[in-house]
Design a protein around this ligand. Structure first.
Ligand code: 4SX
Ligand code: FE2
Ligand code: CA
Length: 337
């Protein structure tokens, strides 16, 4: 019976992606999307949006195969590192302390392989960076403002929901039918989400959601990719989500890592905020205008690494191939809640 208190998580803070060609990644993330370079090493880039005051929200590290090395949450205080260590140790997870500076700009941290199979970092201390929100002279490309959320592919949505609920996350929205939950959006900061779950073979990273402040920046981004003949990087959208109300487009980077550019979701901080439950039969749930979701969006995602940078094996959807529904919500396991 777990007894320890959950760490007080503030927000989704950064992701560390392995990329195979740092120059190609710099073109995509810096030149085209407009992230700011906070620091640079021979084998890594540390990037942030113009509305961020901490060192980075994305680390791109050069390596042999595309992967996600970690997703990181900022916690309220240094004491929450000990809480995270106790919480995950009690759940039988691999847990490793990292000294300050193990990631440039980041203080002492705890990395765990969580019960869902993801390498998750918890840190409190991080170097300050200049907030460039009104340095309009420096804004470029997609005008990315800040990291907003992680979307994770998991084979068991209720298990992911329960794990994050035990970490104190609220639930803003779900997609369900009378038998099962197909997807869920969960938050610590007072927006629609810090993390969401897509059903499929997992653990895999589905996408990083970055906020931009104005919906026209979503359209400008598409125009920019078209103008240089790189429209193949645009995967889904632009459109209006039913879930979250956000205006969006999804792109794939040169290694296939998926990014969502996201704007205009809503405040979830009122204490009586209630979960909004979408019927899986409502065709507006994933695109409010009823446009179909392209199959690659459900099927493809980024491999995740364990604490020793080994690729995590996948667990398939629990229903097995014959029970996989295509069309209800892409690929959904037929598990009864
Ligand atoms: O496709 S959904 O409308 O369900 C959706 C996907 C809503 C919000 C998101 O951030 C997302 O990635
Ligand atoms: Fe998203
Ligand atoms: Ca396309």
């Amino acid at each position: 019976m777990p007894e320890s208190e959950a760490p007080d998580i503030v927000r989704a803070a950064y992701a560390e992606l392995v990329v195979t060609d740092l120059a190609a990644s710099r073109w995509f993330w810096v030149d085209m999307l407009g992230l700011v370079v906070s620091a640079e090493q021979s084998d890594a880039l540390y990037l942030r949006g113009h509305d961020e005051l901490t060192h980075h929200s994305l680390v791109l590290r050069a390596g042999g195969r595309p992967a996600a090395a970690a997703i990181a949450y900022r916690v309220r205080s240094a004491a929450d590192l000990d809480r995270a260590q106790a919480f995950f140790t009690e759940r039988g997870c691999a847990v490793r302390r990292r000294p300050a500076g193990a990631t440039a700009g980041v203080g002492e941290a705890v990395r765990v392989v969580d019960p869902l199979g993801f390498t998750v970092e918890f840190f409190h201390g991080i170097d300050r960076a200049e907030r460039l929100i009104q340095r309009y002279d420096l804004h470029r490309g997609a005008h990315l403002a800040r990291l907003d959320h992680f979307n994770l592919v998991v084979p068991d949505i209720p298990a992911a929901y329960a794990h994050y609920a035990s970490l104190g996350f609220g639930c803003s929205e779900t997609i369900e039918d009378e038998h099962q939950m197909f997807a869920a959006w969960m938050f610590r900061k007072q927006t629609v989400h810090d993390v969401a779950f897509t059903a499929g073979a997992g653990p895999r990273l589905h996408h990083l959601g970055f906020a931009t402040h104005e919906s026209h920046h979503v359209l400008t981004t598409c125009d920019l990719f078209g103008a240089v003949g790189k429209q193949r990087h645009i995967e889904r959208g632009p459109g209006r989500h039913g879930v979250s109300n956000a205006f969006y487009v999804y792109l794939r980077d040169p290694d296939g890592h998926r990014i969502e550019i996201y704007t205009s979701d809503y405040f979830t901080g009122d204490p009586d905020h209630e979960t909004y439950r979408w019927s899986v039969h409502d065709e507006r749930r994933r695109d409010y205008w009823g446009n179909a979701v392209i199959p690659s969006w459900y099927a493809e995602a980024t491999t995740v690494l364990d604490l020793d940078a080994r690729e995590q094996p996948l667990t398939d959807l629990t229903g097995g191939p014959s029970e996989i529904q295509v069309g209800a919500d892409g690929l959904g396991p037929i598990t009864r809640r």
